[in-house]
Design a protein around this ligand. Structure first.
Ligand SMILES: NC(=O)c1ccc[n+]([C@@H]2O[C@H](COP(=O)([O-])OP(=O)(O)OC[C@H]3O[C@@H](n4cnc5c(N)ncnc54)[C@H](O)[C@@H]3O)[C@@H](O)[C@H]2O)c1
Length: 338
């Protein structure tokens, strides 16, 4: 069976390609290399033994999208990762984000309709919950007003898919709301490749540990949490990748209970920034240079998933510990430094 992975050379996409290949799927990747490099294909091939078919294509080019599907009518399902994801950049350039995250989604859904491809997985985010009123966060928690154009593209994206599923004769879709993906493949052949200054905590930690950055700033140590720093639910990227495989299989096997479903993808456990730093220091045997800085506006204090629904309906749960994820992130950083 052939699965299309858009954004398949990116951080989460590349790990998902490997998991799909290891389950016997033929994978086709679309990526425009705006936030990835072609060498990721080598990493995928080293792990799985198979080089996936790759098409360099910008999904903003509607006619190119339709031409692609015209010659790939035998695709059974699509996992749609391709999007821009830098929150700060989205504030500076909202139209870029609405074009790259929304227009591309519309084109892909139109192509699925035209070519009668029924199965669609969407990369959503726990950002849709904002600061949830209750923890852990269930899928029924209300969607809060988005803090950024990026966050808004995830909310609007979910609504577009839901509206389409309501009237479509054939479309079945799952939106996966990721908590905080971290780590790298245990082989150190794939990982996160942040361009410029990392936006996320873990690559900032590993780059500081290896000497690319001087010091990590921990924003706020007076929050109402166990040690005063913010709490997040850090999910190993390989566990996250596996969640995509079980999700597309749920649709392929018609095991879905609704033609539009949402699932939280997290560990169910919150970790503070200081706990992540301690985990890093433990697994890398390195002391991290960090200092406390004032709170950042807009930062959510605490967010972690209720995973009851995903465990009972998808039969999926995160297996890796925070230390496993931090070790793999460190091994990857050491490898790419060489
Ligand atoms: N990493 C996170 O923390 C996180 C959290 C929640 C949700 N998500 C979502 O998961 C998805 C994947 O995230 P990631 O961390 O792997 O990001 P990434 O930037 O590593 O991967 C995205 C890939 O899509 C490609 N791409 C972007 N625009 C494209 C276009 N117009 N046409 C073709 N390819 C295009 C990029 O080149 C890149 O390879 C995104 O939709 C992101 O918003 C990520």
């Amino acid at each position: 069976m052939k699965i299309l992975v858009t954004g398949g050379l990116g951080f989460i996409g590349s790990h998902t390609v490997v998991e799909l290949q290891q389950k016997g799927y033929e994978v086709v990747i679309i990526d425009n290399l705006s936030n990835s490099t072609i060498t990721v294909l080598d990493g995928i091939e080293k792990i799985s033994g198979t080089r996936p078919y790759f098409e360099r294509l910008d999904l903003r080019d509607k006619s190119a999208v339709f031409s692609f599907f015209e010659v790939n009518k035998d695709i059974s399902g699509v996992i749609h990762f391709a999007a821009s994801k830098a929150v700060g950049e989205s504030v500076e350039n909202p139209l870029l984000y609405y074009e790259n995250n929304i227009a591309t989604l519309v084109y892909v859904l139109q192509a699925l309709e035209k070519y009668q491809i029924p199965n669609f997985i969407f990369s959503s985010s726990c950002t849709v919950y904002g600061q949830a009123d209750e923890l852990p966060i269930t899928e029924n928690a209300p969607v809060k007003i988005a803090e950024s154009p990026y966050g808004n593209t995830k909310q609007i994206g979910e609504e577009i898919i839901q509206d389409t599923c309501k009237i479509s004769q054939q479309l079945k879709a799952i939106a996966l709301r990721y908590f905080n993906p971290i780590g790298a493949h245990p082989s150190a052949e794939l990982g996160e490749l942040p361009i410029g200054v990392p936006q996320n905590l873990v690559p900032y930690i590993t780059q500081t540990g290896i000497g690319i950055r001087k010091q990590l700033s921990v924003f706020g140590n007076d929050y109402p949490t166990v040690d005063g720093t913010c709490v997040r639910d850090y999910i190993h990227v390989v566990d996250l990748a596996k969640a995509h495989v079980v999700s597309i299989e749920r649709l392929i096997n018609n095991s879905n209970t609704d033609n539009y479903e949402t699932f939280n993808i997290g560990t169910g456990k919150g970790s503070t920034v200081l706990e992540v730093i301690q985990s890093f220091e433990r697994v890398s045997q390195t002391s991290l240079n960090y200092s406390f800085a004032p709170r950042r506006t807009g930062d959510i204090i605490s967010a972690y998933a209720d995973t009851t629904k995903v465990t009972s309906e998808l039969g999926w749960e995160a297996k890796s510990t925070l230390d496993d994820a931090m070790r793999s992130a460190w091994d990857w950083e050491v490898k790419i430094k060489k």
